[in-house]
Design a protein around this ligand. Structure first.
Ligand code: GUN
Ligand code: FE
Length: 457
């Protein structure tokens, strides 16, 4: 009787074999556990099979028709978090990646982003993008939209209607020296005002009472913003306590541009403008110095590591091992469309590959000792953390872990679907199984998705 009163708070009970991490080096395999989800979509309690209440709860959940039991070939993972997506660039996926960053922006990216003044074009592309990301296991995405407020708010509506958790920024870019006439905020003043209004619009969105969609203050990157705009957005960040996102020390060209303009690095300049906060997401940060790391750490800001796009536009590899060793908050980003994959499983794989390339070096004409930066490798377990709990930590939100008090954002990997690339064998340990899931999961293996306890796929 007492038990039934406690159980009554549960809306749903999931019986699953599951993987979750509580830090970069603490991985948990939970077998046959009962994950109890409350009315608000949070994990209220996880019962393990040796607990006294386990069997009574199991029969209570069955009798009340709220048990979802995974099959023996299925595994539950926390939903993945993509910390850096340019939503409007979706139609350019896989295009023009042979150009340098500045030329790619001017010739391909800005002309496409300018088209989002059209709401019909917006709806068509954003719906396709959000559905694709969800079906690839991304339950939370952090989006750069465009300079258009209406269209950026529409992205919020679409995420709500398809069920994805999202953080969205109306992009701010006003510098006539670097932004074309056809795609630029009219002035610093109007960019700040529009950002302010955008924050209000998102907070007022119908259906967003639980803040599933959050607004993000989004200066594109220092080269596209005037000092007046950076200063104003920094003040807005301090005032509103909203998230902030921008690009930081991505490539040689961009990093040197900031050094020349301000005499300091991106991280130092952003900090001076008040844009480095606990809720700041710095995309890339490939060329950061030890002093920059100290600033990022002192503000507990986070980094969105985008390993695939870095191979095309960064001229170098992000020192991920160093960031992890220094306990900097880091997660993963697809950086669509500078990265050509919508999958954070791919981002996991690329983060491991990039770390190995950095570790060993790549120039065969150099001796092994001269070739790489030894001690740079990361493991698949660390990549899994980055895709899940690491992303949640960057965002300062209770997501990315299957843990009491966290939102139930999760996916089911079915290893036994037709055309599966995953083959689990009896001799595989739980460690082997997660490794196979990270390396070999394809979109076809992802069969169920929940966001905030709600089944969305
Ligand atoms: N820097 C400024 N804008 C962009 C962008 O859209 N993509 C990338 N990768 N870098 C940028
Ligand atoms: Fe980017």
């Amino acid at each position: 009787m007492v038990q039934n009163i406690i159980f009554r708070d549960y809306e749903k009970v999931i019986k699953a074999k599951a993987f979750t991490s509580s830090s970069a080096d603490e991985l948990h395999f939970i077998e046959h556990s009962l994950i109890c989800i409350d009315k608000l979509g949070f994990i209220a309690k996880i019962y393990h099979s040796n607990e006294e209440d386990y069997l009574p709860l199991l029969s209570w959940a069955k009798n009340n028709n709220i048990l979802h039991e995974l099959k023996s070939d299925q595994y539950l993972l926390p939903g993945f978090i993509d910390l850096h997506v340019h939503a409007p660039q979706w139609p350019n996926l896989g295009k023009a990646l042979d150009l340098p960053l500045d030329q790619w922006l001017q010739e391909y990216t800005f002309p496409l982003e300018a088209r989002y003044s059209d709401l019909e074009f917006t709806r068509k592309t954003y719906q396709h993008l959000v559905q694709t990301l969800l079906e690839n296991g991304t339950t939370t995405a952090v989006y750069f939209a465009t300079i258009h407020r209406e269209s950026s708010v529409e992205l919020g509506r679409i995420c709500l209607s398809l069920g994805q958790r999202a953080l969205i920024g109306k992009v701010a870019m006003d510098d006539p020296n670097s932004c074309p006439d056809y795609y630029r905020d009219k002035s610093a003043k109007s960019a700040i005002e529009e950002t302010h209004l955008f924050i209000e619009d998102i907070k007022k969105l119908s259906g967003n009472e639980n803040n599933q969609i959050l607004p993000v203050i989004t200066p594109r990157f220092i080269p596209s913003c005037t000092t007046e705009l950076l200063k104003g957005l920094g003040e807005l960040a301090q005032e509103t306590h909203c998230h902030v996102q921008t690009h930081c020390s991505e490539s040689d060209w961009e990093h040197n541009y900031v050094l020349e303009r301000y005499g300091v690095t991106d991280a130092q300049a952003l900090n001076n403008f008040g844009l480095m906060t606990r809720k700041t997401i710095l995309a890339h940060s490939n060329l950061i110095s030890d002093d920059d790391i100290n600033i990022i750490k002192s503000k507990s800001a986070g980094i969105a590591h985008c390993p695939l796009s870095n191979f095309y536009f960064a001229n170098c590899v992000f020192p991920l091992r160093k960031a992890l060793n220094r306990h900097v908050h880091v997660g993963l980003g697809s950086d669509i469309a500078a990265g050509h994959s919508p999958s954070i499983f791919d981002a996991c794989r690329h983060s491991i590959t990039a770390s190995k390339a950095l570790n060993d070096g790549v120039n065969s004409q150099l001796s092994a000792e001269q070739r790489g930066c030894s001690g740079s490798e990361i493991t698949f377990k660390e990549a899994f953390w980055l895709a899940t709990g690491g992303g949640g930590e960057v965002l300062d939100l209770p997501i990315g872990q299957l843990r009491e008090g966290y939102l139930f954002d999760a996916m089911v990997i079915d290893t036994n679907v037709t055309s599966s690339d995953i083959l689990i064998r009896e001799e595989d340990s739980s460690h082997d199984i997660l490794q196979k899931l990270i390396y070999n999961t394809q979109r076809i293996n992802i069969t169920d998705i929940w966001v905030g306890g709600k089944k969305v796929y």
